[in-house]
Each structure stands twice: as C-alpha cells, then as structure tokens.
Design a protein around this ligand. Structure first.
Ligand code: NAD
Length: 485
C-alpha cells in the first residue's frame, strides 16, 4: 500500500480539504511510492488562520522557551538521522551518503543555530546630543510564508523555518511537491517536540496552486522563497503591490575559475565535487569551469579522467557518486540542454547521455552520465542558462581580466570559486566577480553566521546569521527624550 502524506495544520496531521493527492515518484525507479496532498487555497487559508491564532502566544514567549522546543526538534532530527536520510535519498534520488552527511545534519544545525542565537540578541542604542536616546525595538512580523525547492528539501526548508520561529514568527511552509517526504516527517517531529499547535504549519501541494495561494495571501506579510528565477519573479510581482517583505534565493550559473598557478590536484578534485554533487542539482554548483590557457589541456584531461571514474548508481547503495535526477521533467530538461549544446557546436568531451541501466531495481530511473562540454563561447545559451544537472562546460581564458569578464557574463550572480596561490589576485578577483559568495581554494564551506544570497538574477535579500534574524523582524525606533540638565 502506498503511503499517504498529510498536511500539518494547527498541530494535527490532516487531509487536504479537497481530498486530492499527487503521486510522489521515486526518481531512482520512476515509480510512484507515496501520495502527497494536492492542497489548494482552502488549506492555505486554514493554515494561515492557525498560524495567526498561534502568533500572540509564541511571539510573546520568552526566548528561552522558544529555544528549548527548537533544540528538542534538533535532537529529534539527529536521533532519526538514518531514517530521515534514507527517506530523503528515496525521495530525491541523491546518494544516501550525501543525505546522511549533509542535508539531514545541516537541518538539525539550522534549528540549533537559530534557537541559540536568540539568547544572545543585542539591540542598538543611539544618544542624540544628550537630548534623547533612540533604541531599536525588534518585533516578529507575524505569519511568515516559507516556500522551498526539491534539491536540498529538509535543509533549505529548515533554513527558513528556524530563524522565523526563533524570532517569534509563526510559519506556513510549502515544501516542494516533488520531494515532500522529509517535510512530512518533520511534521511528526514538531508534534513530538511539543511545538505549540499552529506555530508551524506545513501545507503540501503544487506550486501554482498551494504555493501561489500562500504568496498571495494578505495575512502573510513575509515570504522567504528559494527556487527558480522565473518562479521568484512571479512571486515578486504578486507580493510587491502588497508590500510584502521578500527574500528570494534563485538560480545560478556559477563560474569556477582555475588560474594556472592553482594547486592542480586540489582544484581538480574539488571542481569535480562542485560539478557533480547531488547530480549537479545544487544552486551553488560550479557549472562553468574557466581555466587559464597554460593549464587548460592538463586540467581538462585530469577532470575528464575524474568525471568518467564517477559511479552512477542506485542512490541507496554505498559507493554511488551520482544518483538519479529528481524527476522525469527535469531529466528531459537536462537532456534537452545537451542536445542544445550539440546544436550550438559544442563537443561532448564525456557523458552526454543517459546512464546505462544501473540495476534491475532502478531500470525506470532518471540517471544521466556526468557530462563535460567544451568548445562553446560565452554567448551560447548552454553557457548562459542554468541547466541544474550533471553537465558542465569548460572554457579557457587568457588573463585575469578575461576571467572576470567571462565570470560576469551571465544574468546570474550566486557564487563563484577561484583557484590560485596568488593572494593579491584572489582579493582582486573576489572583489570584481559579481557573486553573493566567493570561495577561494574551496567550495561549499558554509558558516551559518555569514550572510548568504545572490546578486543580479540570483535573488534579492540575504539569509543566514544576523541577516535572517533581521529579515523576520520588524524594526521600530523608539525615541525617548532625556531628562533636562
Ligand atoms: P521552483 O521555482 O520550480 O519551485 C520552488 C518552490 O516554489 C516549490 O515549492 C514550488 O512548488 C513552488 N512554486 C512553483 N510555482 C510557484 C508559484 N507560482 N507560486 C508560489 N510557489 C511556487 O524551483 P525548483 O525546481 O523546486 O528548484 C530548483 C531551482 O531552485 C533552481 O533554479 C535552483 O538554482 C534554485 N535554488 C536556489 C537556491 C539558492 O539558495 N539561491 C538554493 C536551491 C535551489
């Protein structure tokens, strides 16, 4: 029997009002294995009402009380690490090892980080010429909407939910309908941890229906969205006339710039991870590799050797480097970009095709070989548009200024990586590359305290650390006249 998932509404697991469900497909097999609520406006309205009812008490609770329940949630996520990681691997197609070492531990960390951050809050005070003092009062904004994507489902959902709850907001979350399982399991954890009813409500369903109803709801003044640039633009268009506060974390086409003086072993090894982790479905993946001309041939040869050695396999099996792409539609999109690359005159240096059958169990799965495309210039769509799969391009550049020009040659600006041993150059290029995060001689090293977000079409607003705590709070200046004399 297929498992049927429920919404979390006012502290209870409930069916969607309309009784409709969507199939949830296991990407490694192509078969439906659970049913997810196909919620609509009625479910969203009920969730917002529950969140609004819960707001006064939760927002006025002492920080320590909110902290304690959130720490219990973190503990429960860690206690269920294996169960959650397996569920996430089945739901997304990603290797179990990745879910176990990255997504799930980071979800627990999100709760722990923001739960304890609120215990150390400070507020600013400005004295105006001995006449008055101004202090900044921060209050939660009310019901926050959290809309999250499928690539790192529990990690990115909790990255929004944790700071919102910590600062005293209540939340209606809409996880991706493509990967709902770990958010559903989080519902049980909320109940077990004793999170008061209505503080977090999780409404499953399609973006165009449940997601759109949440973004448009007048009772939700704050929206934190992570997903595609086009979806983000649509949400901004709906939210702007209602003056909602928005954080949009969108797509990327991130340059990975390798200068000739780089430590080549390390640059190749980490560039391979940056290209193919989670089948290339991480917004921060280095999908455009730019190599300084004297190193180009050597780098390409070594990168190809590494890429062809990666094992595409059953996500649940140890030793699998790449699992399945998330859905049939996404698989088609990735394949269409490889066709486009060929039409644009690119050379498929490796991969470029669906993987040979990885196992009997996975015969119907969406497996694609790690792919390298060469010979395409910066104007090609292949080099400008986000593919979000195990497909990278490699181009060469002559000097530093051409590297910066190529790096900045897309509409995106999410992240960049530089490989060089020249410290002066690292600082210069980091300053000139338009990207919200620049890694020097590393990739995906994340510190929850630093502001995170994109430039240009990769988004607006910053999440992470103090920025997230500020995002979910309303600032008020209180100006008090000082006693004369
Ligand atoms: P998506 O935009 O299709 O969906 C994201 C979420 O929005 C889902 O929950 C979806 O149901 C919902 N949604 C879809 N249409 C909506 C609408 N009209 N109104 C409201 N909600 C709607 O993105 P995806 O395919 O799930 O995720 C992949 C994208 O996410 C990639 O572009 C990737 O780069 C981006 N991403 C960005 C970051 C970042 O931090 N910048 C992180 C991860 C993923």
């Amino acid at each position: 029997m297929m498992q049927t998932l429920s919404n979390l509404m006012d502290g209870r697991l409930v069916e969607p009002v309309g009784g409709a469900y969507l199939d949830n497909i296991e990407p490694a097999t192509g078969r439906a294995y659970s049913r997810v609520p196909d919620s609509d406006e009625r479910d969203v309205n009920a969730a917002v009402e529950a969140a609004a009812r819960a707001f006064p008490e939760w927002s006025n609770a002492p920080a320590e009380q909110r902290c304690r329940v959130m720490l219990r949630m973190a503990d429960l996520i860690e206690a269920r690490l294996e169960e959650l990681a397996r569920a996430e691997s089945i739901d997304t197609g990603k290797p179990l090892a990745l879910a176990r070492t990255m997504d799930i531990p980071r979800a627990a960390k999100n709760f722990r980080f923001f739960a304890t951050a609120i215990l150390h809050e400070k507020s600013e005070l400005h004295v105006t010429d001995r006449q008055a003092m101004n202090f900044t009062l921060r209050r939660p904004r009310g019901v926050a909407g959290a809309i999250s994507p499928w690539n790192l489902p529990l990690y990115l959902l909790t990255w929004k939910v944790a700071p919102a709850l910590a600062t005293g907001n209540t939340v209606v979350a809409k996880p991706s309908e493509v990967t709902p399982m770990t958010a559903f399991m989080l519902s049980g954890i909320c109940i077990e941890a004793g999170l008061p009813p209505g503080v977090l409500n999780i409404v499953h369903g399609a973006g165009a229906k449940a997601g759109a109803a949440l973004a448009a709801h007048p009772g939700v003044p704050t929206i934190s969205f992570t997903g595609g640039t086009r979806t983000g633009a649509g949400i901004a268009a709906v939210a702007a006339p209602m003056f909602k506060k928005l954080a949009l974390e969108l797509g990327g086409k991130n340059p990975n710039i390798v200068f000739a003086d780089a430590r080549v072993d390390e640059a190749v090894a980490v560039s391979l991870r940056a290209a193919y982790s989670n089948q290339g479905q991480i917004c921060l993946c280095g999908s455009r590799i730019l190599v300084e001309a004297p190193l180009y041939e050597e780098f390409l040869e070594r990168f190809l050797r590494g890429a062809t050695a990666l094992k595409v396999g059953d996500p649940l099996e140890a030793g699998t480097d790449l699992g399945a792409l998330v859905s049939a539609a996404h698989y088609e999109k990735v394949r269409s970009y490889v066709r486009l690359a060929r039409e644009e005159g690119g050379t498929i240096a490796c991969g470029g095709e669906v993987a040979p059958r990885v196992s009997e169990r996975c015969a119907g799965g969406y497996f694609f070989m790690p792919t390298v495309i060469t010979g395409l210039g910066p104007q090609c769509r292949t080099n400008r548009e986000e593919i979000f799969g195990p497909v990278v391009t490699i181009q060469s550049f002559r000097d530093e200024s051409e590297a910066v020009e190529l790096a900045n040659g897309t509409a995106y600006g999410l992240s960049a990586t530089l490989w060089t041993r020249d410290l002066d150059r690292a600082h210069r290029v980091a300053d000139r590359v338009a990207a919200g995060t620049v890694w020097v001689n590393c990739w995906l090293v994340r510190d929850l305290r630093v502001p995170f977000g994109g430039m240009k079409q990769s988004g607006v607003g910053r999440e992470g650390g103090d920025e997230a705590l500020r995002f979910f709070t309303e600032m008020k200046n209180v100006c008090v006249k000082l006693v004369d004399g």
